[in-house]
Design a protein around this ligand. Sequence first.
Ligand SMILES: NC(=O)c1ccc[n+]([C@@H]2O[C@H](COP(=O)([O-])OP(=O)(O)OC[C@H]3O[C@@H](n4cnc5c(N)ncnc54)[C@H](O)[C@@H]3O)[C@@H](O)[C@H]2O)c1
Length: 306
Amino acid sequence: MKVLVTGGAGFIGSHVTKQLLDQGHEVVVYDNLSRGFKELVDPRAKFVLGSLSEKDKLIASLKNADAVIHMAAFITVPESVQKPSLYWENNVTGTKILLEAMREAKVKKIIFSSSATVYGDPDKLPLTEESTVKKAVNPYGQTKIEMENLIKKEFEKSNLSAVLLRYFNPYGPNERHNPETHVVPNFIKAALSHKPIPLYWKGEQTRDFIYVEDLAAAHIAVLPLEGFQIFNVGTGTGTKVIRLVEEIFKLVGHKVSVADLGKREGDVSALYTSADKIQQEVGWQAKTSLEEGLRKTIDFYKNPIK
Ligand SMILES: NC(=O)c1ccc[n+]([C@@H]2O[C@H](COP(=O)([O-])OP(=O)(O)OC[C@H]3O[C@@H](n4cnc5c(N)ncnc54)[C@H](O)[C@@H]3O)[C@@H](O)[C@H]2O)c1
């Protein structure tokens, strides 16, 4: 298939691009490098420096494409609180323009990077695809809900096939967000540079940490699907954040102090998913243990420019 990957110069997009190419697909990476890195783009892919706001460039780049994997977005929650209209413009308006361009270029399939954030603070765990989508607690989450709604509406009014992948907590090599708000890279970087681990809630929160290469494989697994589908993508297991700290100490071979940052407003105490639906429907499941995933991630941060 010919696949256009928006945001393919980012953390998760770089892995999706590589796996598509490894499996013989043709890939166009479409990214404005606002938050991504050209060196993360596999040289086998065609790279287009372009923004979601540039409809004509999108239409030209979509020529003869069979599908779009739409990962381009701004993703930093605190920044979205400070600049909600920037997030709305980039993520929601950008997705609207992409859907218009796809209609004009007659591209009939989209796989969308959504997030567990759409479930807010869950009433019941594990989450399933039937769990209620709640009013988002921050503007980033609200953009993800709106982007999902736009794609669903497009499916309803045209013959677009759409898969919404709601990721849980991805981690792994190539994560170079700035600022970094995610625990795995922040903990590893602190441990490697012998600085205190920044820990909220004494590490008692539970999350579903999904290794990025497993997550990327889910995109390829759902690529043949038709119609409108939603899948949660996680391991199916909740892990306390404090366990990450213990594993990282074990793997780096030394301990550092922990900076107790107390409570943080807006954090959900536990979030993990059932992984049954995606396994039953396309045979995908996470394969990488937390220990193996953390080991590969630590190797990346020891030698980040590859
Ligand atoms: N990383 C996570 O923890 C996580 C969790 C759930 C969902 N997601 C979603 O997965 C997707 C990828 O996340 P990531 O962690 O790889 O982020 P990232 O910031 O590493 O990558 C996003 C990429 O999109 C590009 N981009 C942003 N706006 C663009 C625009 N208007 N036009 C063209 N390119 C643009 C950036 O340059 C960057 O390369 C996002 O949609 C995000 O919301 C991420």
